[in-house]
Each structure stands twice: as structure tokens, then as C-alpha cells.
Design a protein around this ligand. Structure first.
Ligand code: GDP
Length: 445
């Protein structure tokens, strides 16, 4: 998990501070030395660390903190605020042009995750009701065009390509007019990368930029490369001028140095973060939430957003009614599985809960999307007829046999699932009995 080490060390330092009633200047200095080491170990840019510590220390030895009744809490609050500021304070969104299409030019080195991110962004905006078009301008990396087409197909987003013999500037221009003709209000251009920043690449990107005049130039960098990612961002910004950064592979980066340095070094915001290889693993970057995560305060807002995305409120209400009447059947159970699946992985969810980040090590990761047991249970329900799902009591031996065969499971497994449903119903009966019986029953009865 990202910021694992940093998070542990900071929380350790702060719990020492919290346990003290009053703070002396030396206490603050000692704590700041620990914070400094923790940041450097997390691979944060040296100059960024120096400036950060200076600012925090100045604020911490001020009257307000020293005289406060809870100086430890005050220090944490200041660190939280300064961490947030370091990452850009507020969320930096993509500017949507009032004259569509909004043109986004994706740039970055090979392997950073540019093509994948182009697709993820397309998917992100499609979910918001936009009609994106992906434009394949990476004519050098073998299979890059095909890769974008595959991504487009998965997301049901059109891809504009002209093969790998055409000049990328021409492809970009043709893509733009294709979008205008076809009513696409968002154009995402996937440009070529190189192994290193070089003149030829920058020339080509500059040409596309001046011909297409994108609204946003988004640089994709790989978080796992740490300070190299920061250097790459600086080079692209100096040569081409970028509007924002997408930091990919944050799911594999345990240190987090790039996330904490990029904004301070380049003055350009991180706009999105890549949290996995799947096409939905893209999140808008919120500096305040990230700071909370680092300090172990969790990221409750992102968690709620994720839950809202996954849970269909109307369905949840309907389900609650059914539970009260004990009408819960296999169709409802299937809905539940679908909604659970949408939540993604347990690992990510736990990371967002306050104080839960370390639970992951204890329970291991449960991938809700690919959970085997859940998949088998779903297959069993899917092999039932609608009547059987609504009225499980008609499930006799021959029906069970048919269902087991249809779902590639066994009669025992079908029986187990039926038992599970019955037990759930029993539990519900108990709960509703408890809540409805409140006040009616005699005490101790
Ligand atoms: P490009 O050369 O910059 O276009 O890079 P690709 O889009 O082909 O991505 C390179 C590799 O990184 C692929 O295997 C992607 O699946 C992977 N990748 C991209 N973004 C992420 C991410 O956020 N997390 C993880 N774990 N892998 C990613």
C-alpha cells in the first residue's frame, strides 16, 4: 500500500507527541527530525523536504501551539495542512471546454502507462455522460495502436486510427475533425513515448501541440520510479509545458516520494492517480484526502464515494423492505453479490478506513471482483429459473441436479447455498424481531 512506511513512522512520532501534556521547543525539534527522516526515506525530493520541515517547524513553535491544551494534536493538524498544501491544496480538475470537443493530449515515456491511462480516462468521462474519442498517435511502439483499440472495445469507446505509416500530427488533426463530425465532445490523443526524454520526441509533441492546440496536456508518470518520475515531469514541463500529471502504479508504490514531490518541484498538479491495471482503477487526486491517508486518518470521503458508486440506493431500499417482510430470495442475493463485486478489493477499501490501513496485513487481500466462492454462488443462482430464484422451496432433487450441472458445481454446493439463504432469512427474522419488538416486550422477557 502506498505511504506504508511513511504513514507508520509519522503515526509513531505523533503518538509520542500526543502523550505529552506540554511541548517544549526541543520536543518539536526532535519530532521534526523524525518527520524529516521519514520523508527522505519515502524518497521525497530533498529540497522539498527541507522547505516542508522549515515551514512546519516555524508554525509549530508559535504561541498558538505551545500554549494550546493539546499541543500534540495541533502539530498533527499543521502537518496535515502542510502535506495537503504540498500536494496542491485542492483537487485540480480537467477543464472542460465550453466549445466541445475538449482535447486532451496524453504524453509520457514508454511503459509509464500512457495508453492504459488514455483508456481509463475515456471510461471515466464516459461514466459522466461524455462521448469520448480515443486517437491513436503512437506509431512507433509496436502494438500500441492495437492496444488502444482493445481498450476502446472493452469500454465501448470509439478509437480513431490511421495505421503506423501516417505522420502523428496528421493523425491527430484527422482525429479531431472526425470527432467534430461524429459528435464526440472529448478527444483523448495517445501520443508516442520513448525510453528517455529526447529531442526528436519533444519536437513531435510540440508539433502536435501547435497543430491541435489541446486544452490539456497530461503527463503520465510511473510512481514506482520515484524521483525519476519527478525528473521526467520537470523535463516535459520545461520542454513542452504540461497542465497536469497522472501518477500511475500508485498501487505498487509503497514509498510515495513522487506523489509528494511532483507538485512542489514542477508547480503542476497531479490530477489523477492510477491504482491498478484494470480500466476502472483511476481516481481523481485529492490532496487533502491523500494527506489524511498518510496520517492514518483514513479517507472516508473516497470510501463513501466508492460505496455510492457501487450501491444502487433504490435497490438497497427495496431490499430493506424485503428483509423486514422476510421475502429475501435468490434474486436479491444475486443483486447483493453484484454490488459487492463493484466495490473492488478489500485491500483498497481497508486502506481508506481510519485506523484500518494495517488490518490488511492481518486478513490478507480479498479480491471481491474475482472472489472464487462468490463467483460459484453467482453461477448457481444464474442457473436457476426465475421461479426457482423467487421461490426456493420448489427446489427438489432433480432441479438441484440440473442447477449443479448448469453451473459447473455440485449438488452439495447448491444445498449449501440454499442453507445459507435460509440462515440469512433466520437472522433477518431475528433482527427485525428485535427492532420491531422494542418496547413491546417486557423487560427481561
Ligand atoms: P505506455 O507505454 O505508457 O503506453 O504504457 P502502457 O499503457 O502500455 O502500460 C504499461 C504497463 O503498466 C501495462 O502492463 C499496464 O497494465 C501497467 N499499468 C498502467 N497503469 C497502471 C496502474 O495504475 N497500476 C498498475 N499496477 N499497472 C499499471
Amino acid at each position: 500500500m502506498i505511504f506504508e512506511g511513511l504513514s507508520d513512522k509519522l503515526q509513531n512520532t505523533f503518538s509520542k507527541l500526543r502523550s505529552k501534556g506540554k511541548l517544549t521547543e526541543k520536543d518539536v525539534k526532535d519530532a521534526m527530525r523524525e518527520v524529516k527522516l521519514a520523508l527522505l526515506e519515502a524518497d521525497v525530493n530533498f529540497k522539498v523536504v527541507k522547505d516542508f520541515i522549515k515551514k512546519v517547524q516555524e508554525r509549530c513553535v508559535g504561541q498558538e501551539v505551545m500554549k494550546s491544551l493539546t499541543p500534540g494534536q495541533h502539530v498533527i493538524k499543521i502537518v496535515n495542512e502542510e502535506l495537503t498544501a504540498l500536494m496542491g491544496d485542492v483537487q485540480s480538475k480537467i477543464m472542460i471546454s465550453s466549445k466541445p470537443p475538449t482535447v486532451i493530449m496524453m504524453v509520457g515515456l514508454q511503459g509509464a502507462g500512457k495508453t492504459t491511462t488514455a483508456g481509463k480516462l475515456g471510461g471515466y468521462f464516459k461514466k459522466q455522460g461524455k462521448k469520448p474519442l480515443l486517437v491513436a498517435c503512437d506509431v512507433y511502439r509496436p502494438a500500441a495502436i492495437k492496444q488502444l483499440q482493445v481498450v476502446g472495445e472493452k469500454l465501448d469507446i470509439p478509437v480513431f486510427a490511421m495505421g503506423d505509416k501516417e505522420n502523428p500530427v496528421n493523425i491527430a488533426k484527422a482525429g479531431l475533425s472526425h470527432a467534430q463530425k461524429n459528435g464526440n465532445d472529448m478527444v483523448i490523443i495517445d501520443t508516442a513515448g520513448r525510453l528517455h526524454v529526447d529531442e526528436v520526441l519533444m519536437e513531435e509533441l510540440k508539433n502536435i501541440k501547435s497543430e491541435v492546440r489541446p486544452h490539456e496536456i497530461l503527463l503520465t508518470v510511473d510512481a514506482m520510479t520515484g524521483q525519476d518520475a519527478v525528473n521526467v515531469a520537470e523535463s516535459f514541463n520545461d520542454a513542452l509545458g504540461i497542465d497536469g500529471v497522472v501518477l500511475t502504479k500508485l498501487d505498487g508504490d509503497t514509498r510515495g516520494g513522487a506523489a509528494l514531490s511532483i507538485r512542489a518541484v514542477t508547480k503542476k498538479p497531479i490530477k489523477f492517480i492510477g491504482m491498478g491495471e484494470k480500466l476502472e482503477d483511476l481516481e481523481p487526486f485529492h490532496p487533502d484526502r491523500m494527506a489524511s491517508r498518510i496520517l492514518g486518518m483514513g479517507d472516508v470521503l473516497s470510501l463513501i464515494e466508492k460505496a455510492q458508486e457501487a450501491v444502487d440506493i433504490e435497490k438497497a431500499k427495496e431490499l430493506e423492505k424485503k428483509m423486514r417482510k422476510q421475502e429475501f430470495d435468490f434474486e436479491d442475493l444475486l443483486d447483493q453479490f453484484e454490488q459487492l463485486k463493484k466495490m473492488g478489493s478489500m485491500d483498497k477499501l481497508l486502506g481508506m478506513m481510519p485506523g484500518m490501513a494495517n488490518m490488511k496485513n492481518q486478513i490478507g487481500d480479498v479480491d471481491l471482483q474475482n472472489n472464487k466462492d462468490m463467483k460459484r454462488s453467482m453461477a448457481i443462482i444464474q442457473s436457476m429459473t426465475v421461479e426457482e430464484r423467487r421461490n426456493p422451496s420448489i427446489l427438489n432433487a432433480s432441479r438441484k441436479k440440473r442447477i449443479a450441472k448448469g453451473s459447473g458445481t455440485s449438488v452439495q454446493e447448491v444445498n449449501r447455498l440454499i442453507k445459507q439463504l435460509n440462515e440469512m432469512k433466520k437472522m433477518m427474522k431475528m433482527f427485525t424481531g428485535m427492532t420491531q419488538g422494542k418496547g413491546k416486550k417486557k423487560r427481561g422477557g
